[in-house]
Ligand binder design. Structure first.
Ligand code: APR
Ligand code: PHB
Length: 391
């Protein structure tokens, strides 16, 4: 098998890249180790920056998002039983975000690729990227017990944090920057209308909680839990009781309960691999960087990376210049580190670290107080949450 761009992984990064290359008339092959149903069911976040919405629309993948996505003009910060709304358009000159689940984006992109695009091969596991610095890098893969090779001009590793692409960068050229957090999120999906029409980020002495949504009839909620918590260890009533405690306010706000249809625990980490390019191998999305979900930046970063790669390769095809390909890593990392900073700030602002001392507690309270009393501080949050421009 031969192609121009070998794409490893059919998460949002790989699928969107395939779509962008289809649009530019550049052929590609997508290899995905899981089956289609698994990829379409996997629960992930779903807050889209304006730039992400624009990219999906321009790629012809925005039709259902425009119909079913929910525009959100703010979030609520909740602490000390008080509520504070952050008004995005007022603080950022009109910007907002869109709530549309990542799984739905994947379904839309898979359907488009299978209708009109090049190959998208499920249950094909990439084993290694070979000769990444040569003229013809290869992806060695396994399908149904057989091994084969995909010959490419470029390989893009969109294979997530646990993928193989990153391993093709020699250890002596790799630098890893990392933080793990001593807590995770227990996330649930519940068949109940969201109890608030915007997201609620709550800081509580018992730990962080987040109220989000998937549609007007489906709620998505999260609880900070200790590292290593087993999702099955909590019964449904215990989850609702704990959510209720952490969202408590002094007014008459109430948390509505409903049947829990899915639950899982997500660990939290910050991670950046530099550089994001080695020869003709490019890393995009979670393969290169992870953010804790508190700032909802993971998907938006993945979109930024593949837009940058598609632009750079199109430029090279049109002009013969590799300048944008050469600048890929540096350009992406600037945006990545801004998202790392913001996600870290949001995480340490709102979670209660086990064993946090009274000094840290007071500092956290002071940071929140500053946010709700200074327009400058609030603007900083609103700008980062709604997103930095793609260019
Ligand atoms: N061969 C083929 N496919 C692989 C391999 C492999 N060796 N290893 C992993 N994959 C596939 C996974 O099964 C998955 O479908 O690569 C895909 C990676 O997708 P994601 O993990 O969704 O990563 P990405 O596309 O970068 O999207 C980033 O996902 O984790 C969230 O918060 C994150 O929203 C962000 C988004
Ligand atoms: C989600 O809806 O899953 C979600 C929303 C906001 C976040 C993280 C996750 O910060």
């Amino acid at each position: 098998m031969r192609t121009t761009v070998g794409i490893i992984g059919a998460g949002p990064a790989g699928l969107l890249l395939a779509r962008l290359l289809d649009g530019a008339g550049i052929d590609s092959v997508v290899l995905e180790s899981r089956d289609r149903a698994y990829v379409e069911r996997r629960q992930r976040a779903g807050i889209l920056e304006q730039g992400t919405v624009d990219v999906l629309r321009a790629a012809g993948a925005g039709e259902r998002m425009d119909r079913e996505g929910l525009r959100h003009d703010g979030i609520e910060l909740r602490f000390d039983r008080r509520r504070h709304r952050v008004d995005f358009p007022a603080l950022t000159g009109g910007r907002s975000v869109t709530v549309y689940a990542q799984t739905e984006i994947c379904k839309d992109l898979i359907a488009l690729r299978l209708q009109r695009g090049g190959p998208l091969l499920f249950e094909v596991e990439a084993l290694a990227v070979e000769d990444p610095t040569g003229e013809r890098p290869r992806v060695r893969f396994r399908h149904g017990g057989e091994e084969d090779v995909l010959e490419c001009e470029y390989v893009v590793g969109c294979d997530g944090f646990w993928g193989v692409a990153r391993k093709a960068v020699p250890a002596e050229l790799s630098r890893v920057f990392e933080r793990t957090y001593p807590f995770g999120w227990l996330g649930i999906l519940a068949d109940v209308p969201p109890s608030h029409d915007e997201l609620v980020y709550a800081r509580h002495a018992r730990g962080f909680a987040l109220l989000s949504m998937r549609s007007p009839s489906v709620s998505r909620l999260y609880l900070q839990v200790p590292d290593g918590t087993d999702a099955g260890a909590w019964d449904d009533e215990a989850i609702w009781d704990e959510l209720e405690r952490r969202f408590e306010t002094d007014d008459d706000w109430r948390l509505e309960r409903g049947p829990i249809t899915q639950r899982s625990v997500t660990p939290m980490r910050s991670f950046v691999h530099e550089p994001m390019r080695h020869g003709r191998l490019f890393l995009a999305g979670d393969a290169a960087h992870i953010v804790p979900p508190t700032g909802a930046k993971g998907l938006n970063l993945a979109v930024g990376d593949v837009v940058a790669f598609a632009r750079a390769l199109t430029h090279r095809m049109r002009t013969g210049s590799t300048a944008l390909l050469d600048a890929y890593s540096e350009n992406c990392l600037r945006r990545v580190w801004q998202a790392e900073r913001f996600s870290y700030d949001m995480t340490t602002l709102l979670h209660r670290a086990p064993g946090a001392d009274p000094f840290e507690d007071r500092l956290q309270a002071a940071r929140l107080e500053r946010l709700v009393s200074s327009r400058a501080a609030e603007t900083d949050l609103a700008e980062a949450y709604t997103g930095f421009p793609l260019d």
